[in-house]
Design a protein around this ligand. Structure first.
Ligand code: KG4
Ligand code: ZN
Length: 335
């Protein structure tokens, strides 16, 4: 193993093209090109996402090298998101990573996107193990029990929609542009979270379900706008605050249950929805009450980014966990 260990990391699983350079576990650069093209369609259009990744990938990697002040001769290995995600998007990042590794005779490291969201915590902090992480993104909602950097177990997950999807669909019903989660968060700040009540699904164990609450949001808004066509505009902030409160409560109830069951006191949140201020506040307050040490990654490491792929790549590098050039991207993947 050469020292220092410098990883070039690539993330392209959805609609952000990102490249990062990580040296001995420290982020030297982390470039994220967000794709605006999807806004007008109200959701990510997979075909457009892969085309934009094709346009972005080389300039983004180029700037990541410039920002880090590193040359390609200093790279020890290339890490990339292999799964899960949109297959066309993943293929762009994986083909780039494989080509770069082959052209420069470098080892290749494949990374699981959801594992990387959890390890985003270890970019700026070092939570002790066992560590419990609620990973909430646009496509996933999972409670992950981490025994070590690369020893993780999903102990609970959603049986249908993800929490991020519930935020985005609610926002769409409110007439807000994609991705609606951050806007719901923004308007919720000045709304009353207890103004409107929505039913919360009762699920077994540590499982989640968000399809019922999504339907409840829809019927409620449809019924109210029949009575008052201006209902949404007149109640925007209270509606956002109440919907956010419902989703956050559903997430926190299961996290508390799992932490008690596994007797874990080091608890964090990760993934795009962990940028939500209601969830961040709820975790901090619950942590104080239950005597947990809580962990919340900085904003730039919550939503999709290559730095989290790089930190995962670094730990895999230290374990000698490499892959060969026959590796292919995969839309779905279990751990
Ligand atoms: O992890 P991520 O960037 O991409 C996926 O892997 O899916 O998560 C994106 C999700 C979207 O659903 C987005 O609306 C949601 O995270 N999100 C938020 C906030 N910021 C991002 N949801 C609620 N509040 C936020 N502040
Ligand atoms: Zn993600």
């Amino acid at each position: 193993m050469n020292s220092p260990v410098t990883i070039l990391a690539i993330e392209s699983s959805c609609d952000e093209t990102s490249a990062a350079i990580i040296r001995d576990g420290k982020v030297l650069s982390n470039l994220i090109a967000t794709q605006k093209v999807h806004e007008r369609y109200g959701g990510v259009v997979p075909e457009l996402a892969s085309r934009v990744h094709m346009q972005n990938i080389i300039p983004v990697v180029d700037v990541a090298f410039q920002d880090a002040g590193v040359s390609k001769d200093e790279i020890s290995a290339v890490a990339f998101t292999q799964a899960p995600g949109l297959i066309g998007s993943l293929l762009v990042g994986s083909c780039f990573a494989k080509s770069f590794a082959q052209a420069n005779n470098l080892p290749l490291i494949s990374v699981h996107h959801m594992q990387a969201h959890v390890l985003a915590h270890f970019i700026t902090e070092n939570p002790p193990f066992p560590f419990l992480c609620l990973t909430v993104s646009g496509g996933h909602t999972q409670i992950v029990l981490c025994r070590d950097y690369l020893d993780m177990e999903v102990v609970g997950e959603t049986i249908d929609d993800a929490a991020g999807e519930a935020f985005d669909k609610f926002a769409k019903m409110m007439g807000l542009p994609y991705p609606g989660g951050p806007l719901v968060d923004k308007y919720a700040a000045t709304g009353d979270p207890l103004k409107f009540k929505f039913p919360m699904a009762e699920m077994k164990d540590f499982s989640f379900s968000f399809s019922g609450v999504k339907t409840a949001f829809l019927y409620f808004l449809q019924n109210q706008t029949k009575l008052n066509p201006n209902f949404i505009e007149e109640n925007r902030d209270d509606l956002c605050a109440s919907a956010q409160h419902t989703i956050v409560n559903m997430l926190m109830a299961k996290l508390v249950k799992a932490a008690k069951h596994y007797r874990i006191r080091h608890v964090g949140i990760a993934g795009g929805v962990s940028a939500n201020s209601g969830l961040r506040k709820a975790l901090t307050e619950t942590g104080k009450k239950l005597n947990w040490t809580t962990y919340i990654p900085p904003f730039e490491y919550c939503t999709d980014n290559a730095a989290m792929i790089g930190i995962t790549g670094y730990h895999k590098y230290m374990k000698g966990s490499f892959t060969d050039l026959t590796v292919t991207a995969s839309a779905r993947a279990s751990w």
